[in-house]
Design a protein around this ligand. Structure first.
Ligand SMILES: [Zn+2]
Length: 133
C-alpha cells in the first residue's frame, strides 16, 4: 500500500513535469525551452487550491472541486487549442493538467473508492472505473 502510494506520487509528478518536457522536445524542437516554460506555467491553475478550506486535504480529488479544475473550466481550455500559440500551448497544458489530476484521482479511487465518496467528480470516476473493468 505504501509502495502503491509512492508509485502514485511518482507517476503524478512525472505526468506533470516529464511528459510536458518530452512533448516540447518532440513538437517544438527549436523552441522547446519556451514551449516547456509555457507548459509549466499552466501549473499555476493549482493556485485555486488556496481558495479551498482546508488548503490541503489527503485524498481530495481536485477535479470539479477547485474553480479552475471544473468541467466548465475544461471546456474553456478546450477552446484555447483552436487559437494560435501561445494560446494553443496554454490550452494543451491546462487540459493535460486536468487529465493528470484525473489520473491521480483514478489511482486513489481504484484502491479506496470510499475515500472519494464526497468528491464532486465521483460520477465521472465511477464511470471511468467501470469502463476499464
Ligand atoms: Zn491541479
Amino acid at each position: 500500500m505504501v509502495y502503491f502510494k509512492a508509485m502514485q506520487i511518482f507517476i503524478h509528478y512525472f505526468l506533470h513535469f516529464g511528459i510536458p518536457l518530452i512533448f516540447a522536445l518532440i513538437f517544438y524542437r527549436k523552441k522547446w525551452k519556451k514551449a516547456y516554460f509555457i507548459l509549466l506555467l499552466t501549473m499555476l491553475i493549482d493556485l485555486d487550491h488556496l481558495m479551498a478550506n482546508p488548503i490541503f486535504e489527503a485524498n481530495r480529488c481536485s477535479i470539479n472541486y477547485h474553480p479552475l479544475h471544473t468541467y466548465y473550466a475544461g471546456c474553456i481550455y478546450l477552446l484555447l487549442i483552436f487559437f494560435k500559440n501561445p494560446f494553443r500551448l496554454i490550452g494543451i497544458g491546462l487540459l493535460w493538467h486536468l487529465l493528470t489530476d484525473l489520473i491521480d484521482c483514478m489511482m486513489t479511487y481504484s484502491t479506496c473508492p470510499s475515500c472519494l465518496q464526497n468528491a464532486p467528480a465521483i460520477d465521472l470516476l465511477a464511470f471511468i472505473y467501470q469502463f476499464f473493468n
